[in-house]
Each structure stands twice: as C-alpha cells, then as structure tokens.
Design a binder for this molecule. Structure first.
Ligand SMILES: Cc1cc2nc3c(=O)[nH]c(=O)nc-3n(C[C@H](O)[C@H](O)[C@H](O)COP(=O)(O)OP(=O)(O)OC[C@H]3O[C@@H](n4cnc5c(N)ncnc54)[C@H](O)[C@@H]3O)c2cc1C
Length: 473
C-alpha cells in the first residue's frame, strides 16, 4: 500500500466559498475558520447580528484537520489541571459533550457519530495515585466512570478507568455545522494582515487589499500571534505529536484510549483502522521528524500504515483554554492543550454570551479568562518555553539533511524527481531559520511552530505571511 503523508481527514475538506473581493462591514468578524471559529459563528448566528468569518486557506484545514478527534471526558490533560480548577473543568467538558451531541442531532449531521468506550490508563506504578485522584474528581462530578482492565496488543495498563466516549469524523461534523450557517458570510483564501481600531470601530486589512469594518472581533486563529501586549508567547507554547493510521493485527473498533504517562500514546479507530498518536514534545525538543515517524512505523501495533502526519496545538501554562475578552470588543478562543473539540463548543457558547450580553453560559468566564495573572511557578515554566524557542533557533542553524541545502538566507530542497524548491529560509514571524520536514515536505519553524508548504504558503502557526519562494525548477 502506498503511504500518504497527510491527515486522513483531508479527504473531507472542500473549498466552498470565494475569497473576499470587496470592502464590507459587519457587527462581528471572526478571524480563523477552524473548529473554534466555525462554532463561534454557529453560536452567534442564533442572534440577528451580521457575522463575517474569514479563513486564510480552506475552512478546517489548519490544526483541526490534523487532529485524531477523540471525544471523551477522560482527557490526559486532567493530570495537569490544579485541584482548584479540575472540578469546574470537568463540568465544562461534560457540557461540551452535550453540546456536540445536540448539534449533531439538531442539524441531522452525518458524521459517523457513535458512542463507544473510552479509557484513561497508566502503565507506571508511580502514576496510579495521580489517576486515582482524577477518578475521584470524575466521580464527584457525577461522571459515569468505573475502574477497568485495559489491554490492547502489547499495551497493558496497571490501572485504568472507563467512561463513555464518542466517535466522529470531525470534518464531516464541521461541514454539517458550516452548511447550517445560512446567515453568516464566509470567505476562504482571505488572510487578515492588519487590525486597526479607531473611534471604537475595527478596520481589518486583508491580503487581497480589502477592508472589513467590524464592531467586535473574535480571534480564532489558533496561535495568538497578534496580541503582543498581553505577552501570550510567555503564557503558551506549542506541542507537536506524530500520528499514524492503518491496519492492526486485531480488529477492535469499540474504544478510544489515552495513557497519562510520559510519553503520551493514544488510540482510536476509524473505518476499521487505528489512529495512533505518540512522540509528543515541545516543538524544538525533538525536531527530528524522521525519528518520530519511524517510532510509529516500527510500532508493533500496526500491521500496515496508510497515513502518517504530525500536528501541533497550543499548550497553556495552567493547562486551561484561553477564551474571553482580551481588549475592549476583542475576543480570543484558543489554548486547547490538544483537547479542542469539547472546549471549543463550551468556548463558543461562552463567547456568544459575552458578546451578546447574555447572562446565560457565563459559568466558565473566570476559568478560561485570558487576563488571568501568571503565578511564579507558571512564569518559570514560560521561561523554559523561551529557552526552548532559543534552542529551536540554534537547531535551525545546525540542521542537516542530504536533500536540503542551506545558505545564510536561502534553503533549497531537491525532490526525488529532480525538482528544486528554493525558498527564503527565514520565518516571517521572528526570523528563525526554517527546518525542512522531509516526511511531510514542509518548512517548519523550530522556534514558534509556523509551517509552510513546498510553495511557501503558510499552513499553520504564528506567521501571518507566506515565505518567499525564489524558484521551483
Ligand atoms: C496531535 C494532536 C491531536 C489532537 N487530537 C485531539 C483529539 O483527539 N480530541 C480533541 O478534542 N482535540 C484534539 N486536538 C486538538 C485540536 O486539534 C485543536 O485544539 C483544535 O483543532 C484547534 O482548533 P482551532 O480552531 O483553534 O485552530 P485551527 O484549526 O488551526 O484554526 C485556526 C484557523 O485560523 C486560520 N488563520 C490563522 N491566521 C489567520 C489570519 N491572519 N487570517 C485568516 N485566517 C487565519 C488558520 O488558517 C486556521 O484554519 C489535537 C491536537 C493535536 C496537535
């Protein structure tokens, strides 16, 4: 079987909307068409406001199209959330489960939805206490959870818990949400380059030289690159993981499972095949994509692999999402710590209440508040992230690959068919040297995570701009 180096969900991405070709005005502008942006549009579309959403590529083609899409209350992130916040977070995720199911049923969305078993487990004696603590919190919050045995192939849990989980095709689900939005104007291939505010009105300039005037703005761009005054780079960092999809020795479709150990492994099934994730780390720690992909290829869990890809998400210092008002009339929804499905449902509902001035659904306002103060421990963590970015920068200088040639300002990849791709190698974001990811054929920034395709188009991360392609011969 030929292996594809792209997410299995790419098959379901379809361009549907034209790019912006005129100047327009609206009440609320949503920048970014991933799961967070489209669900925000969905919640706001229940009002009579004029809503516009702009997406720089195709809808859902960012982080959202590359997730594994496990839907469960048994998230590994629970191990990192403080005892003070965990109960409220669990409640928010339960609400997310309800909202997701309600949306699917209300809109009759065919997204391969089914209920299944979900496991959270440990293979380490030292983590049993931590998992038992999570178990107690779940039980206290009336989650139907029980102790269980978990064994799959060479993975055998020392302690495991089981609860209800859902299985969906995330892009089919979001396509269904998109199609229900008859009163939202959506533009694809439209990138926001600049946001200005004058007299209480935002003027947004796009790459295709048009302007959008808006009274309120939501940034659903995943990486919060635009908010320098709020020091987001010190509050968040990126984590990258590697994913494989293929046949297993034993067919078992009835579960998803995540361990709480380091390093994280997760398993789910789709269409009779397994989606397996591992190799999670900060972006600059393990920049060697080949080594990480080999880990998946060599895993005894697989009989055959048809797809391999990587993905990264925003990790926050307190492991809680960042959702709310950042500056007057400017809102943000991000920081999902690799658990974006349920939190973006809850977050979209929270933003709609904040923006429309409703008292309903404000329960998680403080928990997800973007203006929360950083405590000393969290500040030290962020210093490590800054160190990590510098480390990434140095690795960018030293990176070696037989098919890639670097000079001070340029880099060239020579493909197997002899085609040469010459690019300017500085990331437009903060000028780090890009590294070639020879598995997925992308130019990746090891400092802050921007990624560009072979033709220089930005596909994710903080860069607002493409990289210059000098030539393709
Ligand atoms: C390896 C991995 C596995 C995961 N698995 C799961 C899982 O099993 N379950 C789960 O719940 N979550 C999972 N997640 C998390 C989930 O994928 C993310 O949290 C979620 O997709 C983030 O959605 P988003 O809308 O914030 O970002 P995106 O999908 O990246 O959307 C942001 C959009 O904004 C656009 N954009 C950016 N800048 C501009 C601009 N200037 N102008 C216009 N548009 C712009 C981008 O093109 C992009 O489409 C996983 C994450 C990773 C990394």
């Amino acid at each position: 079987m030929t292996m594809k180096n792209e997410s299995i969900w790419n098959n379901y991405l379809k361009e549907k909307f034209l790019e912006l070709n005129e100047d327009i005005e609206c009440d609320i502008l949503i920048i970014g068409g991933g799961i967070a942006g489209i669900l925000s549009a969905y919640e706001l579309s229940k009002s009579n406001k004029k809503i516009v959403l702009v997406e720089r590529n195709k809808l859902f083609s960012g982080v959202t199209s590359k997730m594994t899409a496990k839907v469960t209350i048994l998230e590994d992130i629970l191990k990192k959330i403080s005892d003070k916040d965990i109960d409220k977070y669990i409640k928010s995720q339960l609400e997310g489960l309800d909202l997701l199911k309600e949306n699917i049923l209300n809109n009759n969305i065919d997204c391969c939805f089914k209920e299944n078993k979900s496991y959270l487990f440990t293979m380490k004696k030292s983590n049993i206490k931590k998992l038992k603590n999570i178990y107690e919190h779940l039980k206290n919050n009336k989650v139907k959870v029980k102790e269980a045995n978990f064994k799959f192939n060479n993975i055998e849990a020392l302690f495991a818990i089981e609860a209800l989980g859902y299985e969906i095709n995330p892009i089919k689900y979001l396509n269904g949400i998109r199609d229900s939005l008859t009163n939202v104007l959506i533009y694809e291939n439209t990138s926001v380059d600049l946001v200005l505010k004058d007299d209480g009105i935002f003027t947004v300039k796009t790459n295709n030289k048009h302007e959008i005037k808006a009274l309120k703005i939501i940034f659903a761009t995943n990486y919060p690159y635009f908010l320098k005054p709020l020091l987001f780079p010190l509050k968040v960092h990126l984590e990258k993981s590697y994913i494989g999809y293929g046949d297993t020795e034993s067919l078992n479709e009835g579960f998803n499972a995540i361990n709480i150990d380091k390093e994280v492994h997760s398993i789910r099934f789709y269409n009779g095949k397994m989606i397996y994730l591992t190799g999670s780390s900060t972006i600059s720690n393990k920049v060697n994509a080949i080594k990480n992909f080999n880990k998946i290829k060599e895993s005894p869990l697989f009989k055959d692999i048809s797809n391999l890809w990587s993905n990264m998400d925003i990790i926050t210092n307190d492991s809680l999402p960042i959702i709310g008002e950042v500056l007057k009339d400017m809102y943000i929804i991000t920081g999902f710590n690799t658990w974006g499905i349920l939190s973006s449902h809850v977050g979209a509902s929270l933003l709609a209440s904040l923006i429309l001035g409703k008292k309903k659904n404000l329960k998680y306002k403080e928990l997800f508040n973007p203006k929360k103060k950083i405590n000393l421990k969290k500040f030290l963590n962020s210093s490590l992230n800054v160190y990590d970015s510098i480390n990434g920068y140095l690795k960018g200088l030293l990176n070696k690959n037989k098919m890639v040639f670097y000079s001070k300002d340029n880099a060239m990849y020579v493909a197997k068919d002899g085609k040469c791709y010459l690019v300017k190698r500085k990331c437009p974001h903060l000028k780090c040297n890009l590294i070639f990811n020879s598995v997925e054929k992308t130019w990746d920034c090891p400092c802050h995570g921007s990624r560009f395709d072979l033709y220089g188009n930005v596909i994710s991360g903080p860069s607002k701009y493409n990289i210059k392609v000098k030539s393709v011969k």
